[in-house]
Design a protein around this ligand. Structure first.
Ligand code: NAP
Length: 356
């Protein structure tokens, strides 16, 4: 059965291009999913047209459709669009997502969905009111590698019992050389490593140490340190400890000041360990499982050619096709849980934003 989604891309920036790359490749491959890009919402017409060209969204790659470049207001009203991918900085998500929902559109919104839990709750309340699908785009959860590694570790138990996780997302962003208006530095854009990238190590702790999501989650406690930059007044260095009720622990770190380890995930078990590798730790596409002696037990590498956004895009298509308003892998309550953890980490370290 073929499932068709008619997308609008709101914000023609960095991550939106990587998302669209996967839609275009999927369409070239003529899979059972038709991800038609109908509209590019961009604050600048010329840049929007350039986005279409640069990302090769041609009629041949897009089921005969050449997308229109629209203002955000025009995009909200576009009758050819049924789902909007929001790829703007976090501080704009709440208003934009609610505007899409008001205009009868489903929403896939980049992470973090908002700056805090209460704003995320507001979006979900509106989504429920209009009976529209809405999901935070935590693409990491949808990679086949995640299902495979969990199967090997928790079902087949190839290396014994799980006890500890190290997960990191860090890069040396040469922060001091960036303009103060950069979304990496500007407190008004809710800059800070916790919200921008620390959300991923937290996500790995939620995925790899707990089989449940949302309301069903296994309870855990956490402690943290954020180093608040004197000039930017946001964290560029973050360390978090989790302890689950069954004793499992996680050491989670993020930074924009230093590069992280090549094996950005190390999951330690009684009979060995798992390492994950990627050019981008959010992109869960390669892992190795080792036994206690360092012998390779299993290696998995995603060679699909996709960036990996296609997995969440197809999950969205399946859910919308079935009339669902939230996804089982990334339900509203899981977003709210992670947002509440990040709220409490910020509180523990005295980091507030205007939205709080
Ligand atoms: N899934 C992932 O792995 C991943 C990776 C990176 C980022 N993200 C998330 O994606 C979102 C966007 O990140 P990005 O790196 O793609 O951002 P970006 O390229 O800096 O900006 C994306 C778009 O947002 C709009 N925008 C940017 N700065 C703005 C400002 N100061 N005022 C108003 N609009 C502004 C622009 O839209 P126009 O084109 O309309 O002008 C821009 O093209 C963030 O929430 C981020 O956390 C996710």
């Amino acid at each position: 059965m073929t499932i068709t989604l008619n997308w609008a891309i709101l914000g023609a920036g960095n991550i939106a291009a990587q998302f669209v790359y996967d839609l275009v490749l999927n369409n070239q491959r003529q899979t059972e999913y038709r991800h038609v890009v109908q509209s590019i919402g961009c604050s600048n017409q010329a840049r929007g047209s350039e986005f279409i060209k640069a990302n090769n969204i041609t009629s041949e790659n897009n089921y005969g459709v050449i997308p229109v470049v629209q203002s955000y207001q025009e995009l909200y009203k576009n009758p050819n669009v049924n789902v909007v991918y929001i790829g703007t900085p976090h501080v704009f998500h709440k208003e934009q997502a609610i505007e899409c929902l008001h205009n009868d559109k489903h929403v896939l919104c980049e992470k973090p969905i908002t700056v805090n839990e209460k704003d995320a709750q507001e979006i979900f309340t509106v989504a429920k009111k209009y009976n529209k699908f809405c999901m935070e785009a935590v693409w990491t959860r949808f990679f086949p590698a995640i299902q495979i590694v969990k199967q090997e570790i928790y079902q087949t138990k190839v290396i014994g019992e799980v006890h500890r996780l190290f997960a990191d997302l860090s890069y040396n962003g040469d922060v001091s050389s960036l303009p103060a208006s950069s979304r990496v530095r500007d407190r008004k854009l809710a800059a800070g490593s916790l919200l921008d990238i620390g959300i991923y190590p937290i996500t790995y702790a939620r995925i790899l140490l707990d089989d449940k999501v949302g309301d069903e989650h296994t309870s855990f406690k956490h402690k943290s340190f954020l180093t608040i930059d004197k000039e930017d007044q946001v964290d560029h260095l973050c360390s978090i400890l989790f302890q689950y009720k069954d004793g499992k622990q996680a050491v989670l770190t993020s930074s924009e000041l230093v590069d992280g380890p090549k094996a950005y995930v190390r999951l330690e078990c009684t009979g060995g360990w798992v390492e994950m590798y990627s050019d981008n730790p959010a992109r869960a596409n390669h892992f190795k499982i080792f036994d206690k002696t360092g012998g390779l037990v299993l290696e998995y590498k995603d060679d699909s050619g996709y960036n990996g956004f296609i997995y969440e895009a197809n999950a969205v298509a399946d859910d919308i096709n079935r009339g669902k308003i939230e996804n089982d892998v990334m339900p509203h309550k899981e977003t709210l849980l992670v947002m509440s953890v990040m709220d409490s980490i910020r509180k523990e370290n005295g980091l507030t934003y205007d939205q709080d």
